[in-house]
Design a protein around this ligand. Structure first.
Ligand SMILES: Cc1ncc(COP(=O)(O)O)c(C=O)c1O
Length: 470
């Protein structure tokens, strides 16, 4: 038996999965795979963070990290839901401006910023987070040419946590940045400093709490130098939970390890893929390189912990500093599904059942070695479930031996037929778009918004809802 990994699903997903005709219609209208996005939980997730701000009586703002999903409809949702968007490119910024989102609701944290991006930000009074001195000079040049004052935040790094300095290639060292900020009015007269920003790699709560404490200490030092610090932006990285059962999660790894180390055990991943662990002298070294799909602490509770650590909330309140967040993945919890059509069934030369989907693996891929959630098989006919335990691998359209949609073998209750569907739930955060490519000249998947029980193409939804220019 292969271990199950039962995903958490919300009512809108269950409704669609049960009403399979609608999903078949969506695939025949928009092609396979199709990404379906629903705003309901997106709004709820933002509200949960905002309630934490309220409960601590601190000023706070949520900026959705748009890099987690490129659907433009999410920008309209942010505008209508009165929260912000964090942009990582000129095009993301352009969408926000076109959507009518107010400038105070947009920030730009792009890792590489060119003249066009600074021009757009300067023309529209959008706060840009500066990472290095070259950017600072370019920002000054563009703002000067446009004869405007450009609001900026300064990205900082080099925080101490657990007696170590946390490495980051981003930002200015927090220990040395005060002088740079103090001298902005003389050296960069077209820039105005607004606040501090960091985003940490990984998901450690204690590292984030320490970084927030040290950012507040820096802000306090700046305020003593008569420099106003309006905000501290702590980036994203709030964990989300995808799975229903802790036991299933731990069982999965125990069975995976046994299957790899014991030649007599059946594989549960394609050709005993170790998901990033290394087999050495009868042992498995290292941890699986997968996202921690099972988590007990909800994202907003993580925020509560960060604020409680080191008295951070009190210090923010006393210094009158707004706390900003840029969650991507956790805001999209329960907000999207990806649906793909079965193209073929075959057995490989070693007897594995392979189900070919009209989709490629970049259409549901993150940096995690595998997406560890059971998919749903939607048959076209009301087929009787077979008694036998069927197990299969889902393979995709790229011409690579390793082109697996999931590396994990999945349990099936009946043999899929051509034209059946597979539904992957909770794919809105990074899975849909982050690595999607158009190799072999395949079209990109269409993104549709679920509205009033119907589907609207994301691009159409955006055009319909952006302000009309007379
Ligand atoms: C600057 C910045 N902000 C926010 C995020 C969003 O992080 P997450 O989706 O983990 O919340 C990222 C992700 O890389 C980032 O680089």
């Amino acid at each position: 038996m292969i271990p199950k990994l039962t995903p958490i699903t919300s009512p809108w997903m269950e409704h669609l999965i049960n009403e399979k005709l609608k999903l078949h219609q969506a695939v025949s209208e928009f092609g396979s795979p199709v990404n379906i996005i629903n705003f309901e939980e997106f709004f709820n997730n933002v509200s949960l963070f905002k309630e934490i701000f309220k409960s601590f009586d601190i000023s706070g703002e949520v900026y959705f990290a748009r890099k987690a999903n490129k659907a433009k409809g999410l920008v309209i949702a942010a505008r209508d839901g009165n929260f912000g968007v964090d942009t990582a490119s000129g095009n993301e910024l352009k969408d926000c401006i076109e959507s009518g989102l107010g400038s105070e609701k947009i920030i730009c944290t792009a890792a590489v910023k060119n003249e066009e991006l600074f021009s757009l930000a300067a023309t529209n009074n959008v706060c840009v987070i500066i990472d290095n001195l070259d950017e600072m000079h370019l920002a000054q040049k563009i703002a000067n040419e446009k004869q405007v004052i450009l609001p900026i935040g300064i990205r900082i790094s080099g925080f101490k946590s657990n007696s170590e300095i946390l490495y980051s290639r981003f930002g200015f060292p927090c220990k040395e940045v005060a002088t740079l900020i103090k001298d902005i009015p003389q050296n960069f007269p077209n820039l105005v400093f607004k606040g501090l920003h960091f985003h940490l790699n990984g998901y450690s709560i204690s590292e984030r709490g320490d970084a927030l404490q040290q950012s507040i200490a820096l802000a306090s030092q700046l305020q003593e130098m008569n420099i106003n610090v309006e905000f501290i932006d702590i980036g994203g990285g709030f964990l989300m939970n995808y799975l229903q059962s802790k036991n299933e999660w731990f069982d999965f790894f125990n069975i995976l390890k046994e299957s790899i180390l014991d030649n007599n055990k059946d594989e549960i991943t394609f050709r005993k893929d170790s998901l990033g662990m290394v087999a050495h002298q009868g042992k498995l070294i290292g941890e699986p390189k997968v996202y921690p799909y099972y988590n007990e602490l909800p994202a907003h509770e993580i925020l509560r912990q960060l604020l409680n650590m080191h008295d951070n909330y009190n210090n923010l309140r006393n210094l009158n500093i707004q706390l900003r967040l840029e969650p991507g993945r956790s805001l999209l919890a329960q907000s999207g599904i990806t649906v793909a059509k079965v193209a073929f069934r075959k057995y490989d030369m070693e007897g594995r059942l392979l189900i070919g989907l009209e989709m490629n693996r970049t259409q549901m891929k993150s940096s995690s070695e595998d997406f560890l959630l059971d998919p749903f098989h939607i048959s076209q006919n009301n087929k009787v479930e077979s008694e036998e335990n069927l197990e299969a691998y889902l393979v995709g359209a790229y011409c690579l031996e390793q082109e697996l949609i999931l590396k994990r073998k999945i349990p099936l209750r009946s043999m899929p037929e051509i034209g059946d569907l597979f539904v992957f739930v909770n794919t809105a955060g990074y899975m849909m778009h982050f690595y999607e490519s158009q190799a072999h000249c395949f079209d990109l998947a269409q993104n549709v918004i679920l509205q009033n029980q119907g589907f609207i193409l994301d691009s159409v939804y955006f055009e319909m809802n952006k302000p009309k220019v007379c």
